[in-house]
Ligand binder design. Structure first.
Ligand code: MFK
Ligand code: FAD
Length: 506
């Protein structure tokens, strides 16, 4: 009934559509050859995202993973069945070097900016494959930090491989029932030493995402001969375990209890796992588990921030396109000043998020190339939790606003739009909640005796100096300088009080 049918918003090449990303890369990437290679790869990849990958991501949402506990003859198999699209995304991730680019370092200190730019283009169409990639990247980073040697030498090669048949993904099994934030108190999993120097793990991991991974890093308490363990964070060690099957097809030392029924991130499996003698190798010194897995947290939190900024950009790209197709009150949405003001506000949020995220990626690249100054190292430590906590919240707000810009259609499942909001909601929860990361910021300020803040102030001052010549930026420069001076005053007051003051101020 009726002859009118609304044109749908069209996803165009997300790299070519993103003037800010292209401008950022043009401004920062050094030699002509580096920027040409990156531009040509990202242009081609952006085309693939719009034309093909986006439908794979959608297929992952429409065919979510399911758990098959038993085979037809009653044997326990615990198969997590994933869609064909999910498997294709794994192969594609290897071929496109979505982890490898960060490790082969063909672009030196800019390799991380390049890798994260590619993930930024990929993320909203990836069917959440960015989740296993984040953990895979984090695991490679941890292995690098403990030494690429047996028993993890082969794993490192696989995690950073571009060959689909060789490529592995990793899990990150930290959370137990008692504690996801407070893993130091909440971890009950024990590691029982074996005569050959390896361990067997016994415990229950309450949240494990992308559980079809080939290996994992996890935390457990080493049991001494009397069977006792050390409580708290100091009792935790870091372990490496492969996820493998025996001759009968049963998982070695693991039972998949069930898959979580989640608000979003439905494209990928998140399981509860019983570890029942899982063979494992200790990677950290005994009791240094949390400090050792911190390298993984840094990487996965940066990935999280990339995905947050990318979600905002995606909803905005679609909203802008829709504004050129939808008419209300006799004119296109793009000609309604109030509608455009709404989109402009989203644009400002998105730009700010993107620039902060990219600055952190730049710092990571400098640190990994041995080029980071002490100031850069402090800034990276400070800004990693800040960018994760800030963009996680921002993504929910901006994407929610974005849905409204499609009117009622923003609420309709098969437009694919509501999924963007559902998936954004997790970004502030996993990899450390907002409050837990706020406390992490304060702890790192206290542990560096305030050095991270000095690094931050110096950085802001240099940015303001660069911007002060541009007259249109004058009001912003003034506002930022005012905020900075208030913050400096707070730090001075805090420095003259007992350490508990910082904690209370949180
Ligand atoms: C789309 C992309 C998405 C990504 C995919 C995600 C899939 C989902 C994966 C997950 O959600 S995995 C689970 C993530 N879990 C968390 O993020 C846990 C959140 N809780 C915290 O971060 C707590 O702050 C923490 C567990 C670290 C507190 O434990 P402790 O033992 O009380 O920590 P403490 O005493 O502050 O630090 C112990 C050591 O670790 C110290 O080193 P030292 O002993 O050498 O002094 C710290 O400096 C170090 N450390 C802690 N946090 C650090 C860190 N080092 C660097 N960076 C950090 N952030
Ligand atoms: P709690 O620690 O119980 O926190 C509850 C509330 O208390 C939060 O709001 C928190 O901010 C607040 N809080 C806690 N401590 C403090 C404090 N000191 N001060 C102020 N507020 C505080 N974990 C993994 O290990 N691997 C995975 O692969 C994984 N995948 C996940 C996938 C999904 C979809 C989800 C939703 C979670 C996943 N998690 C995973 C778990 C996730 O990391 C934890 O849920 C998260 O770290 C929070 O832990 P918790 O659930 O125990 O919450």
């Amino acid at each position: 009934v009726g002859s009118f049918f609304q044109d749908q918003p069209v996803l165009k090449n997300p790299f070519l559509e993103d003037a800010l990303l292209r401008g950022y890369l043009k401004r920062h990437l050094p030699q002509e050859s580096c920027s040409q290679a990156v531009f040509s790869d990202l242009s081609a990849f952006g085309e693939l995202v719009a034309k093909e990958i986006d439908t794979w991501g959608r297929e992952c949402e429409l065919s979510p993973p399911r758990l098959v506990h038993f085979d037809p003859w009653g044997r326990r198999v615990d198969h997590i069945v994933t869609s064909a699209a999910w498997k294709r995304l794994k192969d594609l991730s290897a071929q496109e070097g979505l982890v490898a680019i960060g490790y082969d370092k063909s672009f030196g200190e800019w390799s991380r900016v390049y890798q994260m730019s590619k993930l930024y283009v990929f993320s909203p169409s990836s069917g959440l494959y960015t989740c296993p990639l984040a953990m895979t990247d984090g695991a490679a980073k941890v292995i690098q930090s403990v030494g690429v040697s047996p028993p993890v030498e082969e794993a490192y090669g696989r995690l950073t491989s571009r060959q689909p048949e060789c490529f592995w993904t990793s899990g990150q099994w930290m959370t137990e029932r008692q504690g996801g934030s407070d893993v130091g108190t909440g971890t009950e999993t024990v590691a029982v030493p074996q005569t050959d120097g390896s361990y067997k793990l016994h415990g229950f991991k309450w949240f494990t995402s992308a559980t079809d991974a080939d290996m994992t890093l996890t935390l457990a308490r080493v049991q001494d001969r009397s069977g006792s363990t050390t409580p708290g964070s100091r009792g935790l060690s870091l372990f490496y375990a492969e996820v493998s099957r025996d001759e009968d097809g049963r998982l070695r030392g693991i039972e998949v209890q069930r898959l979580k029924d989640k608000l979003g991130t439905r494209q990928m499996p998140t399981a509860e796992l019983l570890l029942d003698g899982l063979p494992a190798h200790r990677l950290s010194e005994e009791g240094r588990g949390v400090a050792s897995i911190a390298n993984m947290l840094t990487i996965t939190r940066i990935h999280n921030s990339v995905s947050a900024a990318a979600a905002m950009r995606r909803v905005l790209q679609l909203a802008r396109d829709y504004a050129t197709r939808r008419t209300a009150f006799g004119k296109l949405l793009k000609d309604h000043p109030l509608h455009m003001q709404t989109l402009a506000r989203m644009e400002v949020e998105t730009r700010a998020a993107f620039l902060l995220v990219m600055d952190v990626c730049r710092l990571l690249g400098r640190e990994e190339s041995g080029l980071a100054s002490q100031l850069d190292v402090h800034l990276l430590r400070l800004l990693t939790p800040v960018v994760k906590l800030y963009t996680g919240k921002q993504a929910v707000a901006v994407v929610s606003e974005g849905l409204e810009s499609f009117g009622g259609q923003g609420y309709i499942e098969d437009t694919g739009l509501p999924g963007i909001l559902r998936d954004a909601q997790v970004l502030s929860i996993w990899e450390g909640t907002t409050n837990v990361l706020s406390l992490d910021v304060l702890r790192c300020v206290a542990r560096s005796s305030g050095m991270v803040l000095h690094a931050y102030f110096a950085h802001v001052k240099s940015l303001l100096a660069g911007a002060s010549g541009v007259s249109s930026l004058a009001p912003a420069v003034k506002a930022i300088a005012g905020a900075q001076s208030e913050l400096e005053q707070f730090v001075q007051i805090a420095a003259s009080r007992p350490p508990s003051y910082l904690q209370l101020a949180a």
